[in-house]
Every structure is written in C-alpha cells, then in structure tokens.
Design a binder for this molecule. Sequence first.
Ligand code: 4AD
Ligand code: MG
Length: 453
Amino acid sequence: MHHSLIADLLCAKAPMDSVTVCGWIRSRRDAKNFSFIAINDGSTRTHLQCVIDADTEAYANLGDANNGASVCITGSLVPSQGAEQAWEIHGKTLTLLGTVDPDYPLQKKRHSDEFLRTIAHLRPRTNKYGAMLRIRAEAAFAVHRFFHENHFYNVQTPILTGSDCEGAGEMFRVTSLDASAPQDANDFFSKPCRLTVSGQLEGEALALALGKIYTFGPTFRAEHSNTPRHVAEFWMIEPEVAFCDLNELMDLAERFVQSVIGSILDRAANDLALFDQFVAKGLLDQLKQTHANSFARLSYAEAIDILTQAKTTFAYPVHYGIDLQTEHERYLAESFCKKPVFITDYPKDIKPFYMRVNDDGKTVAAMDLLVPGIGELIGGSQREERQDLLQSRMAECGQKPADYWWYTDLRRFGSVPHAGFGLGFERLLMMLTGISNIRDVIAFPRTPGSLDF
Ligand code: 4AD
Ligand code: MG
C-alpha cells in the first residue's frame, strides 16, 4: 500500500490534493454531517485528524468502526480548523482493514502499567509505550553513531558461551538434549553451554587487535532479583579500549552518556515531552543538566565515609568492604552529589577477577557510574594486563585458569593496558524517559516466572 507517514504529513509545507494514510483509529467523534477520526500510524505521537462526510461511500465503509480499528484513507490534506494541529485530511475513500472485537482491552482512559504488562502485545499502541519505543530506537541509533564517530568498531561477540565472565554463576543453561539431567559429554558442544552474561572477555581479545571496539547485544542473567531494575534478558553496550586507563575510561563513559542524551533532546523532543508532562515532572531539566555538567567522581573509601556520616538510616548497614546496595547508590547520586557520580577503586574482594589490582594490593581500578533515580548505570574497569597477577586473582576467585586459557594468553602475547565498561541499555532508557520500572522500557520483558509473549 503506497502511503505517507503521518509524521511527514504533519510537517507539510502546502496542502495536497491526494494523500493516503494507514493507521489505527485512536478516537472517533460523530457530528451530524460527518465523523472525525484520529489516526495514529506509529510514526509520531501526534494523531492525524480525518474528516469523513456522512453521505459518502467512505463513511459507509467506516461503519461503526472505532478505537483500535485499522484503516486506510485517501483524501486531501488541508489546513485544520482545530487549534491542535496544522493539517487534517478530508477523506474521499476509506478501507476498513481490520475491525475490532468488543473485548479490545485498550480503552481511551489511562491504564495502569501493571495492567499494560499483561497485554505487552498491544501496549505499544498506547501513547506512552509508542513514545518509549521510538526513544529506544533513537537511543540505539545514537549509541552506534557515537562510537562510529569516535572510531570504535562494532563487533559481535557470542551469545552461547562456555565461560562465566562475571564469575557470579547466574547463567542460563542451554542444552540440545531432552533429558531432564543433561549429560555434558553427549551434549551439542560436549561441555556445558550457557547464555552469555557479558561479551567483555571476547571484546578484550578484539580490542587487543582493533584498538577500540564496542558490542551492543543481548545478555542474560538468571539472578532471582525481582526489582524494578533487573530483567533476565537485557541489552548491554560494552566498549573496550586498548592503551586506556581508568581515568580515560571515565572520560569516555561521561562523553558517551552525555552524547546519547544530547541526541535524544535534539531528535525525540515530541516524545520526551510526554514523559516530562505525564511520567516524571522535571525530566527535561534534569536531562539538560546531565548533558551540560560534568559528573562527580569519588573513591569507594570516600563514598563509605559519606554514607557513614549520612543522616539517613539505611536498611543495610554501611562499613568498609560492603557491596553498595541500591539505597546507598541512590543516596550518593541523588542526595549527596545530586548528579551522576563515578565510584572508583572498590575493594578487590567484591569485584570480579579481571579487574586490575591497584598498587595498594587491596583495591581494584574499577568504576561504577551511579545515577539519580536508578543507581548503577555502568560497571567497568581497567583490566588486569599482567599475567601473573591475573592468574593469582583467578585462583583467589575460585576460577580455573584452564577454562580461560585463551584469555590469559592475551597477557602472554603483546599485552597492553586496556579498559572497558558495560552499560545496561534498559537502565539508560529509564534515565532518558523517567520510567521507574525496567519492565516498561523493553517491549517484552523477561523476569522470574514471566515468559509470556
Ligand atoms: O556491572 P555488570 O555486571 O558488568 C559487566 O557485566 C562487565 N563485564 C561489563 C564490562 O566491563 N564490559 O553489568 C553492566 C551493566 C550494569 O551496570 C547495569 O546497567 C546492567 O549492565 N545490568 C542489568 N540491567 C538490567 N537487568 C539486569 N539484571 C542487569 N545486570 C546488569
Ligand atoms: Mg556491576
């Protein structure tokens, strides 16, 4: 069907005799001599008003079609009488493509997020989820553009893997066998296979050849954390940079986050306005602030001091050595720094084996970026490039060096200082839209006990 996008028609410079639009009816109002129908085709948040005269065949074809029905309308594009939009269509012909059964669950009223999750196949048709998905697409594009313009190569790392990058053992098992107790020797790869939790280790191998790479792919975590910030399947962006230290890595992360925010402010203003108005008041101001101002930087030891002196009582007590909990992370970003903050130099005992040990022998050259409203957005580090130290860290962390032989090889053949980070794309979208539950920034969320759609 040759047709125009509503987004394009709404920017028309002059009337047009004959245009065709296809979309879904969002509302219908009947007057004596005509019907007004508002059409949305997904190309923009704004609906296009179409006027259908009562004595036409188009009107007969429309029948009693209402909210949710799909139509194709040809007519003239003329200046609108209404104040809300510049243009409307006077329909000449109308085809009713799909009628709507009476139990269509999307009514014109506002639905709760919880209810909409139960109809994830239809929620993209609401204003809010349509806007979220357009921002998501724009943000993905902005990610690729940033790295491309900064001479990073986009690489694809495996989804099926035999190693556990984070060493946290929170991996989904994959098998080609039906048996309830899979026999590794008979299985497809003759060894246990899992879904990746991170492309970092392979990313390092590629950075140590190409210099600057990034991945942008799905990752999987079988953590049983039922929180508004965790999903079992999420998209991670992982840059890895050769000849790079922790400070340069933080500079990169800061420029990257600011660049994506800048793109969204420029290119998704209409959709962002919905979130600023209805979801998170003050969002636009906050994004502009984050875009324009540098992020804070604190060491883990400084962060612990700040938390111990805080007037707030935390559910999880604070002392040097703890893994920061979300309440702590949010206090540091929201209440103390009032902006995104990098926390660096964590004790090595709470971080994975691959992070570079600092000269004190106790901390590692790690950084997490904590942001207001969310907590951890980024986790990264300088990597341990010294073979002997890497091997002793592996032993301390209970990893078998034989499982990572190729990874340690990289330290034997032209090793270089290098660093990288992982940013959870869904958490970035929470920041961009002000949506407070991660289940609402991904089209079909996967969480414990939930695998519909
Ligand atoms: O901090 P994480 O576990 O770091 C890594 O996986 C490193 N290998 C990354 C690297 O250095 N290349 O995860 C990175 C980010 C987190 O900061 C968070 O934003 C996101 O991934 N993340 C999740 N997002 C949604 N649901 C989950 N269950 C997540 N787990 C981590
Ligand atoms: Mg982390």
